[in-house]
Design a binder for this molecule. Structure first.
Ligand SMILES: [Zn+2]
Length: 189
C-alpha cells in the first residue's frame, strides 16, 4: 500500500546496529517509492514540502500507536490527515472499457501536496473501509515498522517473518541457551 511503504521512509536497522535514516531526504528513494505506486515524481521536494511529509508521517504513526493500544486517535492527528487531504483536491469521473465501468479520481493539482493527499487517502481507507484494529507495530524493538495484519487469525507479530521474525527467533534461542549455561555454572559452583 502507498501509506505503509511511505512509513518505511523512517528507517531503523531491524538487525539492531542502531543505524537509522530518514529516507525522505533521499530523492532516489522517493522516486522509486512513487514509481512502484504508479505516481508521478514531482521533483526534489522543497524544505516546506519535506516538512509537510514528515508531519503527515508523524500523524499517521501516532494514530497507529493509539490504535494498537485500543485508544482513539487524537483529534489533532486526524486534523493533520484532513489537512493533507485538503492539499490535493480531486474530482471523480466514470471511465468505461469493454462495458466495464469504473470511477476514476482525477487530481486537480500536481506536486507534493497532491502526493501527500494520496498518502493520507490511502491511510484513510484503512481507517474507514478496512479494520483499523489490524494495524500493528513490529515487535522487533529495533525495527518498530508499521503494517496492516492481513492474516486470517490476526497473528502477525513482525513486519516481515523472514527478517524480523527469524531474527527474534534466533535472539530468543540464544537467550535460552545463555540462561541454560548460567544455570549449569550456578549448579556446579
Ligand atoms: Zn520488523
Amino acid at each position: 500500500m502507498l501509506w505503509d511503504d511511505f512509513m518505511k521512509s523512517d528507517y531503523h536497522d531491524w538487525r539492531g546496529s542502531g543505524h537509522s535514516e530518514d529516507r525522505l531526504d533521499k530523492p532516489g528513494w522517493l522516486e522509486q517509492w512513487l514509481a512502484i505506486h504508479n505516481l508521478p515524481y514531482p521533483g526534489t521536494p522543497s524544505a516546506k514540502e519535506l516538512d509537510d511529509l514528515r508531519w503527515l508521517r508523524g500523524h499517521m504513526l501516532r494514530i497507529v500507536q493509539k490504535l494498537t493500544v485500543h485508544e482513539s486517535a487524537a483529534p489533532a492527528d486526524l486534523e493533520g490527515l484532513n489537512r493533507a487531504l485538503s492539499g490535493g483536491p480531486m474530482f471523480l469521473r466514470i471511465a468505461e472499457s469493454d462495458a466495464d465501468y469504473r470511477l476514476e479520481s482525477i487530481p486537480l493539482r500536481a506536486g507534493w501536496s497532491r502526493i501527500g493527499a494520496e498518502v493520507a487517502a490511502s491511510f484513510g481507507r484503512i481507517l474507514t473501509e478496512c479494520e483499523p484494529s489490524r494495524l500493528r507495530i513490529c515487535e522487533n524493538p529495533d525495527c518498530m515498522a508499521v503494517y496492516y495484519d492481513e492474516t486470517r487469525n490476526r497473528s502477525k507479530r513482525f513486519c516481515d517473518d523472514k527478517a524480523c521474525g527469524n531474527l527474534m527467533k534466533v535472539r530468543r534461542f540464544r537467550a535460552r541457551q545463555k540462561a541454560a549455561k548460567t544455570g549449569v555454572t550456578t549448579s556446579e559452583s
